[in-house]
Design a protein around this ligand. Structure first.
Ligand code: ATP
Length: 654
């Protein structure tokens, strides 16, 4: 579902009605009892001012006609009770509103982020329009329920008050009632226009707000801090951030100005109508029609009706705005896998199951056990319709238990092969088979559970060392010694064990020592890893150590039949690289391995080396065969070997 379609769906009355249905369902699911309690307070709070106004009229009229002390005291007590009830109801209502908003917001965020991680592929995350829609949907999840709850409550409560006071007004003066209600029409139209302006402005500034956040993150992130200081980019990015803030402010200022103008005109209209009605009533009382008590009731009714009508029209506009926001949320949740490319055009973002389970369908076939191998059959791929081809008619064969190495120049398409294998993208043409079954028909989660991968840009999680390894297979990590064993296989066991709190050490300084984190719990228990107060609770690993942690994470997936390693040794020193290779040979035994590498010394022992060039296979064979061929691989190998020889000679001479 493209963004345009989504936007069209979110706009218009249909979109709003759909959003209202979704919102009602959300309220029902997230906070049913609280909503019922709130409805009761709405009815009570709506009637309190009406009761107070009638009691006041009775008191004022009674002063002229000589009330008994008992009646006067009773009326006064009645007034005091309604006043107190109004105050208490306001506090209870505020609590209930916030509770409803919190619960609905939690529910929405759980659903929204569930929808964000549900799609099989990652192509939608590269679509800027998707990010804008996501930003609005997040806003809807965070502030939509607060806006909607407050506005709905205000409207319903005001409707109760307006209805009760309108009856009072009609009793006193039907003309006055007609005038007050007629003046609400232009106010409603104006407020709806304002609401629409606010919604469109939010959509318009969304990309700018995202860029502002990007610059703010650049300026504060530890990972970017080095380059920003070294290149002196701090003020440059700060200025860019301020530009974005300025643009957002300009758009918001425009909305605020239109709002002030509109509301000023509406206030003048209200004052005019109120003045006219008051003059009419005073003249009638002067002519002997009505009492002074009627005047007090009319003043109260006039203020309440005008105030409530203004609240209703204002809040209808807010409801409209909240529904547009919730419509964005609905789009993202419905389109669990929105693709920037229409089906069949460009790289299909792999569509995951969206929404609740439909009627039972035959499930995907089980993932075979890679007994005959994995094949790329005539695979063509490009990242977007208007982007160049990255893979061109690629045939690749990974036989069971074999070690295939993928080499080639930067941009040849090696990492893309890995991404397609893991079904992060779908081939544009051709297919990938696992034991003869097209992987497009397999359950992606099960397929991925059979693959252990170390990406070139693996993630350094700001968590403990244990968690960093355990994330590879959370279930297996619960087995005693599993994490330690994977870390030892990856050659990082000793390093992690020697950390200040062993495997429970945070591999970051950013969150170390937060209350309730495993580190603190360990400290509370007087565990052996307890530290003196001056010891750092979190540590920073070197690039090579991180790389081994990433390898350990993938090695935890013991049952994975395919090991995919994208440049696993790029951050390692030569000794560590040799160790890693020996280890990979050991763990790779019995399973297929696909290794992407630039350093050709690491692939020398591979069963087959495939040289990729511009997305197609240039050469293929084992090291000896490719050296005999004397082609691209042989040239590259000799070049790298000469580099080593020269360095060794230079080292020996010095
Ligand atoms: N997410 C993406 N969107 C658009 N184009 C991409 C994306 N990722 C990679 N490319 C392009 O695809 C081509 C192949 O990239 P790929 O990362 O597969 O190459 P590689 O052989 O792994 O390169 P390297 O050796 O530098 O890691 C490059 O031209 C790159 O610009």
């Amino acid at each position: 579902m493209g963004a345009r379609t989504g936007a069209a769906r979110g706009a218009g009355w249909r979109g709003r009605v759909g959003a209202l249905v979704v919102a009602t369902r959300l309220y029902h699911r997230a906070a049913p009892a609280t909503v019922v309690a709130r409805a009761a307070t709405i009815a009570a709070a709506g009637l309190v001012p009406v009761a107070a106004a009638w009691l006041t009229k009775a008191l004022v009229d009674g002063l002229g006609t000589g009330l008994t002390v008992r009646t006067t005291v009773l009326l006064a007590i009645g007034l005091a009770v309604t006043g107190a009830l109004g105050a208490v109801l306001a506090h209870v209502a505020r609590y209930l509103d916030q509770e409803i908003a919190r619960r609905v917001s939690l529910h929405m965020q759980a659903t929204l982020f569930g929808a964000v991680v549900r799609p099989t592929g990652i192509a939608q995350l590269e679509d800027p329009e998707y990010h804008d829609r996501l930003q609005l949907a997040r806003l809807a999840g965070e502030s939509g329920p607060v806006l909607l709850t407050a506005a709905l409550v205000s409207v319903v409560q005001s409707l109760v008050t307006v209805s009760a006071f309108t009856v009072s007004l009609v009793v006193l003066s039907p003309l006055a009632a007609g005038l007050v209600l007629a003046s609400a029409v232009p106010a409603l139209v104006a407020q709806l226009r304002l609401g629409r302006l606010r919604s469109s402005t939010t959509a318009l500034v969304s990309p700018r707000a995202r860029r502002r956040l990007f610059y703010a993150t650049l300026l504060t992130d530890l990972r970017t801090a080095k380059e920003i200081r070294l290149f002196g980019l701090g003020n440059h990015f700060r200025d860019r951030m301020l530009d974005e803030v300025g643009s957002v402010h300009a758009a918001e200022r425009n909305v605020d100005r239109v709002t002030v103008r509109t509301e000023t005109w509406l206030a003048l209209l209200t004052a005019f109508v109120a003045g006219a009605v008051l003059v009419m009533t005073v003249l009638r009382i002067g002519a002997g029609v009505g009492t002074v008590g009627d005047l007090t009731l009319l003043v109260a009714a006039l203020g309440a009706v005008q105030g409530s009508v203004a609240a209703i029209v204002g809040q209808v506009a807010v409801i409209d705005e909240a529904l547009v926001l919730i419509g964005r949320y609905v789009e993202i949740v419905d389109d669990a896998a929105p693709s920037p490319h229409a089906p069949g055009s460009g790289p299909a973002a792999v569509a995951g199951p969206a929404g609740p389970a439909g009627p039972a369908r035959p499930g995907p076939p089980p993932v075979p056990s890679a007994t005959t191998g994995i094949r790329f059959e005539g695979v063509w791929f490009r990242y977007a319709d208007d982007a160049p081809w990255v893979l061109r008619d690629l045939d690749l064969d990974i036989r069971p238990g074999s070690w295939v190495a993928l080499v080639g120049a930067n941009g040849a398409g090696k990492s893309t092969v890995v991404k397609l294998l893991c079904r992060l993208y779908e081939p544009t043409r051709g297919r990938i088979t696992w034991d003869g079954t097209d992987v497009a028909t397999l359950d992606p989660a099960v397929l991925r559970s059979r693959i252990a991968t170390v990406f070139q840009d693996f993630v350094c999680y700001e968590l403990t060392a244990r968690e960093n390894v355990a994330l590879g297979d959370l279930r297996r990590a619960e087995q005693p010694g599993a994490v330690e064993s994977a870390a030892e296989h990856a050659g990082v066991g000793d390093v992690l064990a020697a950390l200040p709190r062993g495997y429970d050490t945070m591999l970051t300084r950013a969150f170390a020592g937060l209350p309730g984190d495993p580190v603190d719990e360990a400290a509370d228990d007087d565990a052996p890893g307890d530290l003196p107060a001056h010891e750092p609770a979190g540590v920073v690993l070197s690039g090579g150590q991180w790389q081994r942690v990433a390898v350990a994470r993938s090695l935890l997936r013991e049952d994975a039949g395919l090991l995919v390693l994208d440049e696993p040794s790029s951050g390692l020193d030569p000794r560590a690289e040799a160790e890693l290779q020996a280890m990979l040979r050991a763990v790779g035994r019995g399973r297929s391995t696909l290794l992407v590498a630039h350093r050709l010394s690491t692939v020398r022992d591979a069963d087959r080396i495939v040289v990729l060039d511009d997305g197609t296979v240039l050469e293929s064979g084992d090291h000896d065969a490719l050296m005999d061929l004397d082609g691209e691989y042989a040239a590259l190998f000799r070049l790298q070997a000469e580099g080593y020889r020269e360095r060794a000679t230079a080292g020996g001479a010095s």
